[in-house]
Write a protein that binds this ligand. Structure first.
Ligand code: GLN
Length: 194
């Protein structure tokens, strides 16, 4: 089975490790460049993207991560992870870095404050068996996508799931629902790219 890392600088790492394991991947936390070098693919969890960006710089991970993404490593970002994978962000901190990878503009905290968090059923292109449960926590949305990015899901007119080549991003958190179909979709992407 593919070895998939979860970027463990900050955020809901444990939930992703569990979801990946139930989707038949070998999952392990990744904090250092040496650990990044040993995985086939990477998940970037939800959390707080400004903190994650700062820690990536501090741990010397920013450039190694950018290089792997540029080289085609499959990567999946949820919420803060989606923000990390955007080529451009709106309402970010001034010094906030992203890895890029998807030709999209992502607006941070677009769905409102923490107490406006919600769950919704999301139709997801390429995933069978009915809509997936989307958990949105101070979630971003995708304000616009470039021609090379494919929209996989929308909620109330806003793009909430995108794929560009080997890079997948969702505004919501499938790792919090016990429904591992989105993780299984990503594991299939990883297998297909091997
Ligand atoms: N609002 C957070 C950010 O900007 C993301 C929230 C989340 O990952 N649940 O990073």
């Amino acid at each position: 089975p593919p070895v998939i890392g979860v970027l463990a600088l900050q955020g809901d790492v444990r939930e992703h490790l569990i979801a990946l394991a139930s989707a038949d991947a070998v999952a392990r936390p990744v904090r250092r460049p040496e650990e990044l070098a040993e995985v086939d693919a990477l998940v970037i969890p939800g959390g707080e993207s400004t903190t994650m960006s700062k820690l990536a710089v501090l741990f010397g991970m920013l450039e190694p991560l950018r290089e792997r993404v540029r080289a085609g490593m499959p990567v999946y970002g949820t919420c803060a992870g989606m923000i990390m994978l955007a080529d451009k962000i709106l309402d970010g901190r001034e010094d906030q870095e992203t890895l890029g990878g998807v030709d999209m503009i992502v607006r941070r905290n677009a769905f409102g404050r923490q107490n406006e968090s919600f769950e919704a059923k999301i139709d997801f292109a390429g995933i069978d068996g009915g809509p997936v449960e989307g958990v949105f926590i101070r979630a971003p949305w995708v304000e616009s996508v470039g021609a090379s990015a494919e929209v996989l899901a929308e909620y109330e007119g806003h793009v909430v799931a995108v794929r560009q080549g080997n890079v997948l991003a969702t505004s919501f958190h499938p790792e919090l629902t016990g429904d591992e179909r989105v993780h299984a979709y990503f594991v299939d992407m990883v297998r297909a790219s091997a």
